[in-house]
Design a protein. Structure first.
Length: 371
């Protein structure tokens, strides 16, 4: 069984589509983001769960593995496995005889910090023109008091006196097979190979502490839904002097009441009156760059589509722009005054109510009529 029910965390069914998972994630991320929640501690835990669930379910490969095994990564054992949670035969052997092969110590060189993710929703207008957005978030940053070493100012980190800095401890065990020497992580230093006699008072010897970070994110013109911006060095601080991770700002575009978008092309519906459609006219068509004067040809029918080249979204890279597609809708008035009604009746008596285009039935009859 899965150790975590990612579908339950996001509140979606097990057969939910990718779009349903994405919508559920956005909704929950906005509700439980630590910047807007009242209970910061519980919101942060919940927000991490939501992100973890989305990272798995939004990736087809990870989701397939999770659906099959209940876990993602090394915990999933493939067909023909031993059924010990994905462990190898060597792991089972170690359960009985210890680590005879000499496990490597956990102590290593500098380790890079983890990357962080921050979600920002912007308007379609901001995506068209480009904008900047200030964000505030908490992250584990290098402790200023000890410069990330974990040792109190004026003191140093020293090699572990139990393992001599190797990070490993040996023990002798007597078994029916004879004397066996095993190695394991040093219990004093936890496999790090060093200890901190005088930990930093500010970070407690961890070398990192939670810090509120405020950044201004520059959003280029032309970004699309799902675009991400990498801000180097603003992720979690590294350990043992390692570099920090990066911050990735993921962008989502809010629905617009007037325009829709597909790539660099934009779309809008424009109503015109019957006289404008019948006689022709020049109308002001809204676009993200402002109103554009467009000529409507006489006799324009409803659902006629016009293309305004170069009036769509800009490209993030380069100077190209998409097109703006306009769909004409002939508006039929719902209320007429006496004068308007009288004029329309005169128009109808003069033959204006005759439909010039042949009916569909007439076209079918012509298609089967012998020559």
């Amino acid at each position: 069984m899965p150790t975590k029910d990612y579908y339950e965390i996001l509140g979606v069914a097990a057969d939910a589509s990718g779009d349903e998972i994405k919508r559920a994630y956005r909704k929950l991320a906005r509700e439980h983001h630590p910047d807007v929640a009242h209970d910061k501690s519980s919101a942060e835990h919940r927000f991490k769960q939501i992100n973890e669930a989305y990272e798995v379910l939004s990736d087809p490969n990870k989701r397939a593995q999770y659906d099959r095994f209940g876990v993602v990564g090394n915990g999933a054992s493939g067909p023909g496995g031993f059924g010990f949670g994905g462990g190898s035969f060597g792991d089972i052997f170690d359960m009985f005889f210890g680590n005879m092969r000499g496990a490597a110590p956990r102590r290593a060189g500098p380790e890079r910090g983890a990357d962080l993710r921050y979600d920002v929703e912007i308007s379609l207008e901001d995506a068209y023109t480009g904008s900047s957005r200030e964000i505030v978030f908490d992250r584990p940053a290098a402790c200023d008091a000890c410069n990330g070493s974990g040792a109190r100012r004026g003191t140093v980190v020293v090699a572990c006196d139990r393992c001599g800095g190797s990070g490993m401890a040996q023990s002798v065990r007597h078994t029916p097979l004879g004397q066996i020497v095993t190695q394991s992580a040093c219990p004093r230093c936890g496999g790090e190979g060093h200890v901190i006699p005088h930990p930093c008072e500010v970070c407690g010897g961890h070398g990192r502490r939670e810090t509120q970070t405020r950044l201004t994110v520059e959003i280029p013109a032309g970004v699309d839904d799902g675009s991400r911006i990498r801000i180097a060095g603003n992720g979690e601080a590294g350990s043992r002097g390692g570099p920090p991770g990066d911050l990735y700002v993921y962008l989502s575009i809010a629905a617009h009441p007037l325009f829709t978008r597909n790539g660099r092309d934009t779309f809008v519906d424009v109503p015109v009156s019957f006289p404008q459609a019948a006689l022709g006219a020049t109308v002001a068509v809204p676009s993200l760059g402002g109103e554009v004067e467009v000529s409507i040809a006489p006799g324009t029918q409803s659902q006629t589509r016009l293309r305004l080249r170069g009036y769509g979204m800009p490209s993030v890279r380069g100077s190209q722009r998409g097109d703006h597609h306009v769909t004409i809708h002939v508006a039929v008035p719902t209320k007429l005054n006496n004068r308007q009604r009288d004029l329309l009746e005169q128009y109808a008596r003069a033959g204006g109510d005759a439909i010039e285009e042949r009916t569909f039935l007439e076209r079918v009859k012509d298609a089967f009529r012998p020559d």
